[in-house]
Design a protein around this ligand. Structure first.
Ligand SMILES: Nc1nc2c(c(=O)[nH]1)N[C@H]1C(S)=C(S)[C@@H](COP(=O)(O)OP(=O)(O)OC[C@H]3O[C@@H](n4cnc5c(=O)[nH]c(N)nc54)[C@H](O)[C@@H]3O)O[C@H]1N2
Ligand SMILES: Nc1nc2c(c(=O)[nH]1)N[C@H]1C(S)=C(S)[C@@H](COP(=O)(O)OP(=O)(O)OC[C@H]3O[C@@H](n4cnc5c(=O)[nH]c(N)nc54)[C@H](O)[C@@H]3O)O[C@H]1N2
Ligand code: SF4
Ligand SMILES: [Mo]
Length: 742
């Protein structure tokens, strides 16, 4: 046979790059290149994608389930593993009730087909309110602000990078992260192109990042103070009569917003933000004057105490400058698999509340910041069992050291994860998903955030050995175990398919209205596995779909796979506010009462501003990926290190030199890190990357252990959250520094 070439989407980050893989006879990946024929990524590849083969063949990747015997894990067969899950979940539910079982869903689940298609079935089958995910350590504020403004927490406008003439970017560093909540392969190239066509890029960040260095202008900002800056920009637009709302008849709350912003003149916020008043005014004027502009905020603006206010004000600026839903502005992607005819219920939060801290449910979830409370606090409804799916909260959650201890006390834990790591070492059963090349790929979550409408399906390149379940099978079998029925996972897919088709045929606006569900069901058979049939169904009901034959030229999974193996470009983003809006008023809520009420906290903070001497923020590295790529030798070389960056003048004052050890203390804990003085970090700010701390006993990641680093979340605080979204606060954590000479 010899080597063969195959194509697929990189599953590692949000950029959706196409890959060209070379595989040998045995199915091992021997080479990775960018797929030149992918219409979206056009051959772009980053260092992480380039090592997908190494990751795929990592000897530490689990091939079989593990079951815990005392403190150690042993290999087990799939039947034994699933039977243990069924038995132990049943035992906990019978003894303590359904809320005693919690689910934690981690980041890679947003990059898989299995996660979006099957994880909710597990939660439903359990009937638990204890759902947690990495979303409350990430983008939940954006869901909440979009939910309040547009009615749908998934209606997130993205910057129309390829057509904008002016980009104001806060708390994002796409030169390291490759972009987030804005899927754009070769994000750096797209930024350069803005400048090349005469546009302007402005970056707001407490560090002079690689992205800031590429931009026309970089504004240093004190961590956690973006809401003041954004309010002052809004203030200036009103005060100087620069607001040019284009969607006048579609917007509510303009006067309320103007009244709210009155108190935030640039002069009032200059000291707290560190941004001079004249710069704020100029920034507002330039934003208003630009013919096509977009404001974009990312993780730096979400993981702070004012996360929801920031996320809201970013889109307020897009509306006020006339740039929402317009080419070159901030636009709503139209993913091929999401039906547009479905009417959604207007967004609300707090339909139920958490037991210990009385926190509102948001998007059906509780904050990961309260997971340890719910495990540790005695009483009815206490969490006794946990299912983790592709997550490493023992490193990623705020005050992770506490959560790590809490996990050790669970009656039962099962993890769907390819590694025995800091989190899964606590699991009684570990169920490993197959290798990436054995896994189908379609970006259900991320194509809804892409800067062009785009679809690509990657079938598995290497077949699974007999009896080896796919990740979809694993999740479906957990769902069945949770429901107490056991049996054939196919029954779950059949149920979801028949429910969806029945609903679709009953909806007047759907392309299959009035048709016979049974006839449609048969048409899915040719798509392949049940997972593929479900994808086929979604595509055919979607905005570019064939409507089950209604539009013979439309999209099906088979067509996507056979006619577009390198992916299908569905064009630039299109104005579609009408399709998206589902507020009760039918308008964009520019000043939602919930957000307006939270502005009181800004006033309080402005009055009480006595900044701590040092605050901690995070950072990302191009060759890292949260906690789980540190086992790839090629990625943990060179500059990808877990150092404490601090301002060079601060370091000199403290007598700290490069390479010295510094102790970092906070309310919750303490850690020791190696100092890296630099003038890229502003005075009073220190920065540590997250996802490190691989020195725990009982893990099986040999390379990561040699590059252990320290866990920044030993000093972040689970009691500090953004109240509207429950999101964790990772940026702006007050810390003290103590030099420890080595
Ligand atoms: N290489 C790599 N890529 C990744 C990841 C990774 O770990 N490594 N993780 C992926 C994930 S899960 C996500 S969510 C995305 C995130 O994608 P990005 O949001 O682009 O992530 P970061 O690179 O952390 O950039 C955040 C920036 O916010 C700045 N910042 C910190 N505090 C503040 C503040 O208070 N205000 C402002 N304005 N800025 C602040 C930081 O200095 C940092 O430069 O990246 C994804 N891509
Ligand atoms: N201090 C601080 N903390 C942070 C952040 C920060 O900026 N600063 N960022 C936060 C953000 S944005 C995020 S998204 C979270 C991430 O938090 P988590 O999602 O909890 O953590 P990850 O490190 O992404 O863990 C991924 C896990 O999934 C497993 N995995 C990899 N591939 C697969 C797969 O195909 N299937 C399955 N089932 N599992 C797989 C890995 O082995 C690993 O155990 O961290 C948050 N924590
Ligand atoms: S940018 Fe992201 S999607 Fe593209 S190759 Fe790198 S890790 Fe993969
Ligand atoms: Mo994230």
């Amino acid at each position: 046979m010899g080597d063969r070439t195959a194509f697929r989407t990189c599953p590692l980050c949000e950029a959706l790059c196409g890959l060209e893989l070379t595989l040998d006879d045995a199915g091992a990946v021997t080479r990775v290149r960018g797929d030149k024929d992918d219409p979206f990524s056009k051959g772009f590849l980053c260092p992480k994608g380039a090592t997908l083969g190494v990751l795929d063949g990592d000897p530490d990747r689990l091939a079989e389930p593990l079951v815990r015997d005392g403190e150690a894990h042993r290999t087990a067969g799939w039947d034994e593993a699933f039977e243990t899950v069924r038995r132990e979940l049943a035992r906990v539910i019978e003894r303590y009730g359904r809320d005693a079982v919690a689910v934690y869903i981690g980041n890679p689940t947003a990059h898989s087909v299995a996660g979006p298609l099957y994880a909710s079935a597990i939660v439903k089958a359990l009937g638990t309110r204890n759902l947690y995910s990495a979303s409350t350590a990430d983008q939940m504020p954006k869901h909440v602000s979009c939910g309040h403004m547009f009615g749908d927490p998934l209606a997130i406008p993205v910057p129309d990078l390829d057509r904008t003439g002016h980009l104001l970017m806060l708390g994002a560093n796409p030169l390291e992260s490759n972009g987030s909540l804005a899927s754009a392969p070769d994000f750096p190239g797209r930024l350069k192109a803005i400048r090349e066509r005469g546009g302007k890029v402005v970056v707001v960040d407490p560090r002079r990042t690689r992205t800031a260095a590429l931009a026309d202008e970089h504004l240093f900002i004190r961590p956690g103070t973006d809401a003041f800056l954004l309010m002052a920009l809004v203030h200036t637009l009103f005060a100087e009569d620069l607001a040019a709302v284009r969607l006048d008849d579609r917007v509510n709350g303009l006067d309320d917003l103007r009244a709210l912003a009155v108190d935030f003149a640039p002069e009032r916020v200059a000291a707290v933000t560190g941004v001079p008043a004249a710069t704020i005014r100029r920034t507002a004027r330039e934003l208003a004057a630009a013919e096509r502009a977009a404001v974009y905020g990312r993780i730096g603006t979400c993981t702070q105490a004012f996360g929801t206010l920031n996320s809201w004000l970013v889109d307020v600026l897009n509306v006020l400058t006339g740039n929402l839903d317009r080419p070159g502005g901030a636009m709503f992607p139209r993913p091929a698999h999401a039906p547009v005819y479905r009417r959604k219920k207007p967004f609300t939060t707090g339909r139920w509340r958490s037991r210990v801290r009385d926190l509102p449910e948001v998007n059906g979830e509780f904050p990961v910041a309260t997971l340890a409370d719910e495990i540790e606090t005695p009483g009815e409804g206490r969490i006794r069992a946990l299912i983790t799916i592709g997550g490493n909260p023992a490193l990623s959650a705020p005050n992770a050291a506490r959560l790590d201890r809490a996990l050790a006390g669970l009656d039962f834990m099962v993890s769907v994860d390819p590694y025995l790591n800091e989190t899964t070492r606590h699991a009684h059963v570990v169920l490993p998903p197959p290798r990436p090349v054995q896994t189908p790929h379609y970006d259900i979550a991320l194509t809804g955030l892409a800067v062009r409408d785009y679809a690509r399906y990657s079938p598995p390149l290497v077949p699974l050995p007999d009896g080896r379940p796919s990740e979809s099978d694993i999740l479906a079998r957990i769902a069945l175990a949770a429901s107490g029925t056991g049996g054939d996972p196919a029954a779950l897919d059949e149920m979801i398919i028949s429910t969806t088709l029945r609903k679709a045929t009953g909806m007047p606006a759907s392309p299959v209205h009035g048709r016979e569900p049974g006839e449609l069901r048969k048409m899915l058979d040719e798509a392949g596995t049940l997972t593929e049939q479900r994808l086929d169904m979604m595509l055919r009901l979607g905005p570019y779909g064939d409507g089950f034959g209604a539009d013979p030229a439309g999209l099906t999974l088979t067509r996507l796979r056979t006619e577009h193996p390198h992916g299908l470009d569905l064009g630039a983003l299109k104005p579609r506010l009408d399709e998206v809006l589902c507020t009760t008023s039918g308008r964009v809520e520019l000043c939602p009462p919930t957000c307006a009420a939270d502005v009181a906290r800004l006033h309080t903070a402005l009055r009480e501003d006595r900044p701590p001497e040092f605050v901690l923020i995070g950072r990302r590295h191009l060759r890292s990926n949260n906690s789980w790529l540190h086992n790839v030798p090629e990625l943990v070389r060179g500059s990808n290190t877990c150092t404490l960056q601090l301002n060079a003048a601060d370091a000199a004052r403290l007598g700290v030199a490069a390479g010295d050890t510094v102790r970092v203390d906070s309310r919750t804990g303490s850690l020791e890190a190696v100092a890296e003085p630099t003038d890229t970090v502003m005075a009073g700010v220190v920065s540590l990357p997250h996802g490190w701390g691989h020195d725990r006993p009982g893990t099986r990641t040999a390379v990561a252990r040699e590059h252990a680093g320290v866990n920044v979340n030993a000093v972040t605080d689970e009691q500090e959250i953004d109240p509207l979204s429950g999101n964790a606060v990772f940026n702006g954590v007050p810390v003290t520094l103590t030099p420890l000479r080595t």
